[in-house]
Design a protein around this ligand. Structure first.
Ligand code: ZN
Length: 153
């Protein structure tokens, strides 16, 4: 309680000193839509922070055919196609054959794994599924602050 009294006493003075004015600045910084490296979503063509976008890469399956997978750690070698964690962006990318272009693929690639990844994200919104919950928890933080700005809306 004595602390509170001291703060109140410092109040009028503090208003004129710059340190207390820094606080609104810091709050404003979290409103900034993009921090750090920026990538362009191959679906909606909108920009997004690298840390929030999903990276899709092509790997070869047993027969050598290209298969699209989500590079969860964003550090697989080769070309990557960036995508908002939004099923709409995935559909847009598929419709425009954006993966093939971004990844320089000669032909169509199997996008089943990526599709499943996005379907899982949608289920997440509908309700939790216990079995995959632990796996999901890893990515959910990224997804949570992934599209707060929704620039493509
Ligand atoms: Zn997008």
């Amino acid at each position: 309680m004595t602390r509170k009294g001291r703060l109140a006493a410092a109040g009028p003075d503090a208003r004129f000193s710059s340190p207390s004015r820094r606080i609104p600045d810091r709050a404003a910084r979290t409103v900034l839509p993009i921090e750090g490296p920026v990538r362009t979503c191959v679906g909606c063509r909108g920009p997004g922070p690298r840390s929030a976008l999903l990276r899709v890469v092509a790997v070869a399956d047993g027969t050598g055919a290209p298969v699209l997978v989500v590079d969860e750690r964003r550090r697989m070698p080769g070309r990557g196609a960036w995508l908002h964690p939004d099923p709409d962006c995935f559909e847009l990318a598929v419709r425009r054959s954006a993966f093939g272009r971004a990844l320089r693929l000669a032909g169509p690639a199997d996008d089943t794994a990526v599709r499943h990844r996005f379907e899982r994200t949608q289920e997440d919104a509908a309700g939790p599924i216990p079995e995959v919950e632990a796996d999901r928890r890893q990515g959910s933080g990224l997804e949570a602050d992934g599209c707060p700005m929704s620039t493509h809306r």
